[in-house]
Design a protein around this ligand. Structure first.
Ligand code: NAD
Length: 378
């Protein structure tokens, strides 16, 4: 597998969803083309940009200039950075601001930011005037490889994360890999966990490529970052085209998420454990649990953990900031997260690297015994 030779040339990945189909454009500097792409699609449209304060301070002027260059008038709606912006009060404020900015069906909403801004903005765009078009301009690695693609949008309820939302596909995704240069290293690593997750779920050769090229992906050298992001977007686009509403295959992308979510929730969705960090740890647990059930040969667990650890991600209980949850708390969180059918849980398990599958009949007692042993012998 080789890296494309001309790193500066954007890659286009099509999400084939019939009349809701759209392109993901990946490359360094692609935000400069935002105005031209919107003008070509919706002549005469005006735009409202939703952005968090941190991203606005670094990247808003470039986006405004790209719109102005093609004569697109834009207004800006700013939200505080972080998960707390995915709440009702902020959602209401963004919706009202979009109406106040007179965003109509022919106009465009631009989500400029990480997964938080993408989820909040996409949901607002799905309800304002019963649905307006929106463009995702993802600025975190997690958002470029995952949350900006596929049309899942949501905010959090007081009862749990992502419980209020809608499927609303963007009309375009512009993943400008240069924006990732300003991402704090811990946020980059957290997004990298999702990259590894794709490889572990579906593509052993891609995992091997990541083992050899991780440093170039982090440094943004020689087209490696663009190649890795394109690979993930291709896999996500394929799976979304097959299963837009996650009734089947799309669940494979939740590899590492059931265990990971339980630890993330136990840490209060705080900076103690970022989403991608929880996913990394969850992937290791999914491999270990698959080995414990005799489903995978098991000699790959060490290889998976070594790669994630080299990326600065947690792979052992001892890597997590304390205090640790007990097994009852974890089991409650897992049961809340997933449907329990007659005492059995749905998990994404692995036969090996690149070979994940959905298991609907995992015995609760087996999960409990596995986690209890893990907590006792970290
Ligand atoms: N819709 C989906 O399919 C989907 C999938 C996965 C995750 N998510 C959601 O995504 C969210 C997490 O996304 P995230 O990790 O991007 O979090 P985030 O949006 O909070 O971004 C992380 C931090 O990085 C900062 N940041 C973003 N881009 C930056 C840049 N270029 N330079 C400097 N700082 C930058 C942000 O201000 C923020 O402080 C969660 O709410 C999760 O539920 C959604």
């Amino acid at each position: 597998m080789t890296v494309p030779s001309r790193a500066s040339e954007p890659t286009t990945v099509r999400v084939a969803l019939g009349e809701r189909a759209y392109d993901i454009i990946i490359g360094r500097g692609v935000i400069a083309s935002l105005g031209a792409r919107i003008a070509a699609r919706a002549p005469g449209a005006k735009a409202a940009i939703v952005v968090d304060e941190t991203v606005a301070s670094m990247h808003l002027p470039a986006v405004q200039a790209a719109l102005a260059a093609d004569g697109i008038a834009s207004s800006v709606i700013t939200v505080p950075p972080g998960e707390r912006s995915k709440r009702f009060a902020e959602f209401e404020r963004v919706c009202e601001a979009l109406v106040e900015a007179r965003i109509e069906r022919d106009d465009i909403v631009v989500a400029l930011g990480g997964g938080v801004v993408g989820d909040l903005t996409g949901f607002a765009a799905s309800v304002v005037r019963r649905g307006v078009d929106f463009v995702q301009v993802p600025t975190s690695l997690l958002a470029q490889v995952d949350s900006s693609v596929g049309g899942k949008t949501a905010i959090n309820s007081r009862h749990g994360k992502n419980l209020l939302g809608a499927f609303h596909q963007p009309v375009l995704v512009l993943a400008d890999t240069a924006l990732l240069d300003s991402l704090p290293p811990r946020e980059f690593s957290s997004g990298y966990a999702e990259v590894v997750k794709y490889a572990l779920a579906e593509d052993a050769a891609f995992f091997e490529w990541l083992e050899a090229n991780m440093h170039a992906v982090v440094a943004g050298e020689g087209g490696a970052r663009e190649y890795a992001i394109s690979m993930c977007c291709r896999m996500k686009a394929d799976i979304v085209a097959r299963d837009e509403r996650e009734t089947g295959d799309r669940a494979l992308l939740n590899l590492g998420h059931t265990f990971g979510h339980a630890f993330e929730a136990a840490a209060g969705f705080s900076k103690k454990l970022l989403h991608g960090e929880a996913v990394a740890f969850g992937c290791v647990l999914a491999f270990e649990f698959s080995r414990a059930l005799g489903i995978s040969a098991g000699n790959e667990v060490g290889r998976v953990a070594r790669h994630l650890a080299a990326a600065g991600l947690p792979t052992r209980i001892g890597d997590l900031a304390g205090p640790l949850p007990d097994v009852d708390t974890l089991m409650d969180l897992i049961a809340q997260d997933k449907k329990v059918r007659r005492g059995a849980l749905t998990f994404i398990l692995v036969r090996g690297i690149g070979d994940a599958f959905v298991a609907h009949d995992v015995d609760r007692a087996a999960v409990r015994a596995f986690l209890a042993a893990k907590l006792e012998n970290p």
